[in-house]
Design a protein around this ligand. Structure first.
Ligand SMILES: Cc1cc2nc3c(=O)[nH]c(=O)nc-3n(C[C@H](O)[C@H](O)[C@H](O)COP(=O)(O)OP(=O)(O)OC[C@H]3O[C@@H](n4cnc5c(N)ncnc54)[C@H](O)[C@@H]3O)c2cc1C
Length: 386
């Protein structure tokens, strides 16, 4: 057994950390208020760190999920508001799905523009009637000749404005067969600029550097060539995408939590109360020890899940490990950010301290992005008890 990264992975991590500390960290506050600059995305893409798992023939690196997790961790360490990490993992996770299941024609139309950082690619699954039970979606697509007429609504969808501004769209789940639950769902690539597709922005409490919104389909005519893979197999493709994206979420939470813990440790080493440094109070020092330990547990689980995605993604264990990593890492990150905020007292609650951005970002992964916590428990318990 070997717990260390390979030489290639270690060098990649070191170089990426250096690049991001110069190019991304100083922009974190600006990203939180104004959004992610498209130039940054294109620069990252030119260095080969965008939609990394996608195949080389359409501009990707065919990188392993371990390497992609290293990138997600480093990006969130540099921008712990989580916005850039979210964008990174959407492109990686859903780029992977389009690459794996899409036709040659569709891959060649969309993926070179995603891997170059020009276009946005996201996932549109959640609807106003609920996100956890994907099989009960109401959006429908009826085949008419060489196109599908799509009607319905998606909500809380990440990247709606980025897709409008930069180009691109979402892998969209719609029912093509009623009354057969998840077996009647097809995945389509739907460009946001398509006629009959309308977007409204939603204001979130955090992760503000990337937009969220509602997408309405009013008789949108989606060409047949935008069907991803086979008709009525969309649910399975989406679950494959969620399993991979969840590991990247976990890696991002680990990176953000570590950056925040580092800030907290520096603070308790210098702040004096009752004539002693905060670190010299055992209640604080022990809490730091607990958090560091829990963070290491989350990291080990995350990289084990990433390794499983690389070595045996079709195994029955792999989705369970992805769910475990997504269950543990956001909760650990939340514990870290909450504790650091307490260590900092009133300062931690101010915008100067930056911590509040991490707090708002991490919560997005507790409430639901890439699957709610109880859905992770559901996946794990089903596997345990079957
Ligand atoms: C910041 C953010 C970004 C997002 N981006 C996207 C996106 O890009 N694309 C997209 O499609 N969706 C996106 N979502 C939506 C996300 O996928 C959903 O929030 C998630 O799937 C949960 O769905 P819901 O919010 O409708 O909650 P519901 O499904 O209504 O669930 C509500 C609560 O019930 C719990 N619950 C559900 N089922 C069970 C059960 N069987 N047993 C016990 N408890 C249960 C859940 O844990 C949750 O706490 C995003 C969400 C957020 C917060």
């Amino acid at each position: 057994m070997d717990f260390s990264f390979s030489e290639e992975e270690r060098i990649f991590q070191e170089n990426l950390r250096e690049f991001l500390s110069k190019e991304l960290r100083p922009m974190m506050r600006r990203i939180d208020s104004e959004g992610i600059p498209h130039e940054f995305v294109k620069k990252a893409a030119s260095l080969g760190i965008w939609a990394m798992p996608v195949s080389q023939d359409v501009g990707g690196q065919r990188a392993s999920f371990v390497l992609s997790s290293i990138a997600a961790e480093e990006i969130a360490r540099a921008d712990f508001s989580m916005a850039t990490a979210v964008l990174f993992l959407l492109e990686s996770g859903w780029g992977y799905v389009l690459d794996k299941y899409g036709s040659k024609e569709l891959r060649e139309e969309v993926l070179p523009r995603v891997t170059s950082g020009d276009w946005f690619l996201g996932i549109a699954s959640t609807e106003p009637t609920g996100g956890s039970d994907v099989s009960s979606i109401k959006t429908g697509a009826v085949k008419r000749g060489k196109e599908y007429v799509m009607n319905g609504q998606k909500i809380y969808i990440s990247g709606v404005l980025e897709a409008k501004e930069w180009g691109g769209g979402h892998l969209t789940l719609a029912k093509t067969k009623q009354e057969v639950g998840h077996k009647g769902i097809t995945m389509f690539y739907v460009p946001i600029s398509m006629e009959g597709v309308e977007v409204t922005k939603i204001e979130n409490m955090g992760r503000s550097g990337i937009s969220s919104g509602i997408i309405r389909y009013n008789d949108a005519r989606v060409p047949e060539r935008y069907v991803v893979g086979e008709e009525n197999r969309g649910f399975y493709y989406a679950m494959d995408g969620f399993n991979h994206a969840r590991v990247l979420v976990a890696a991002a939470c680990v990176g953000a939590a570590e950056a925040i813990l580092d800030i907290g440790l520096e603070y308790i080493k210098s702040r004096e109360v009752f004539s002693k440094k905060l670190k010299d109070f055992q209640s604080i020092a022990f809490e730091a020890a607990e958090l560091r330990t829990k963070l290491e547990m989350a990291r080990l689980l995350t990289y084990k899940a990433a390794w499983m995605m690389d070595t045996n993604p079709g195994s029955e264990e792999a989705p369970m490990f992805a769910a475990m990593s997504k269950l543990v890492a956001p909760q650990t990150a939340f514990e870290v950010v909450k504790a650091v905020m307490m260590w900092m007292g009133a300062y931690g609650y101010t915008r100067d301290a930056l911590i509040e951005m991490g707090f708002r970002g991490v919560v997005s992964y507790l409430v639901g992005a890439e699957g709610a916590m109880n859905v992770m428990r559901l996946i794990i318990s089903k596997r345990l008890l079957e």
